[in-house]
Design a protein. Structure first.
Length: 343
């Protein structure tokens, strides 16, 4: 029976991996200029194996534009959805996602500051924006946890959510204030806040991949504890879970991962909110299966959203944050309606 269950899980993950790879191939082939799958696979193989890419338009577009972009989008989607799933499990709140802590808005403040005042690292493009976003993500977490601990030493879920909501509102006000004094950088700030991975580079791919491997592994490590949180913090404490320690570690991992994603792609909403819900309907609430499945489903969703952003008005291109917000709004209403109707 156990062997059969293991085979079933492996087959499910193999199917998710296959769908993810097919989606990635579709997103690389299709765009303002469509490229045959055979040529695309040939260029991808040459790129990944370190061989020189053929000097033609198709090869250059795939190797230097679409491949880094699609990989970045997939990794960002996986990261944001994983963070949302972890926060929903940790806080036992279906409306929670990675931004519930206020980390996304805090990272946005840092990035907007870097853009508005030209903070940069010599010789490293966008390093200033990334460093400021990650720094402010951590500072935001520290402020929120300190205020929560000051009000409630047990760091209860309701206290953290309340402080997170207040901090989100405060951060939005700060961003508006900075934008008012940004001068000719207002256009760049508005462009960034809409969310976009259009100019993704190989460096961005490695950055998000490294963050996902480090902090995503930490989150996956606590799948068992997140299952215990589902029955309540008191019950989790009774079965031996160090509630305060798990909360701190998971929230730090979530904030770091969100900080990296926000610094590279800007504000991309709804991914961490709706993808865990949709995945939970398919694989169930067990976080040992839900968290890994959410990685794949988040990557698939954001790749398709980015593809839609590229082709729906081609040759013009929408911001991916706009597409995810529109889709996410309708999907969330549908999920909420069906859930309420089932009750």
């Amino acid at each position: 029976m156990k062997t059969h269950s293991l085979i079933l899980k492996l087959s499910q993950y193999a199917l998710l991996l296959l769908v993810t790879l097919c989606t990635a191939l579709l997103c690389i082939c299709v765009g303002s200029v469509n490229i045959p799958a055979k040529d695309t696979l040939s260029v991808i193989w040459d790129t990944l194996s370190g061989q020189p890419v053929e000097e033609n338009v198709s090869g250059a577009v795939i190797a230097f534009v679409r491949l880094p972009r699609v990989l970045c989008v997939a990794l960002a989607g996986a990261s944001l959805s994983l963070c949302g799933c972890a926060m929903q499990g940790l806080l036992r709140n279906p409306l929670a996602d990675g931004s519930t802590l206020g980390v996304s808005s805090g990272a946005s403040v840092g990035a907007v500051l870097a853009i508005a005042f030209g903070i940069s690292v010599p010789g490293v493009p966008l390093a200033g924006t990334m460093a400021m976003a990650m720094l402010f993500a951590f500072l935001s977490l520290m402020i929120i946890l300190a205020l929560s601990y000051r009000l409630d030493a047990s760091l209860s879920t309701n206290t953290i959510i309340l402080i997170g909501i207040v901090f989100n509102m405060f951060s939005s006000s700060v961003i508006s204030l900075i934008t008012s004094f940004a001068g000719d950088k207002v256009k760049d700030i508005v462009f960034w806040t809409m969310g976009s991975l259009a100019d993704s580079s190989v460096t961005d791919v490695w950055t998000i991949l490294g963050a996902l491997l480090i902090f995503g592994t930490v989150i996956l490590r606590y799948a068992k504890e997140l299952n215990a949180f589902a029955i309540g913090e008191d019950n989790a404490r009774n079965v031996g879970v160090d509630v305060k320690k798990v909360k701190l570690i998971v929230m730090i991992a979530v904030s770091a991962l969100i900080g990296v994603c926000v610094s590279i792609g800007g504000v991309i909403g709804f991914v961490g909110l709706i993808i865990p819900h949709m995945t939970r309907m398919i694989v169930g609430p067990n976080h040992r299966r839900l968290l890994p499945a959410t990685l794949f489903s988040g990557a698939i969703f954001l790749m398709l959203a980015d593809l839609l952003a590229r082709i729906i008005l081609k040759p013009l291109e929408l911001h991916i944050g706009v597409v995810t917000s529109v889709i996410g709004s309708f999907v969330f209403i549908f999920i909420f309606y069906t859930t309420r109707k089932a009750k």
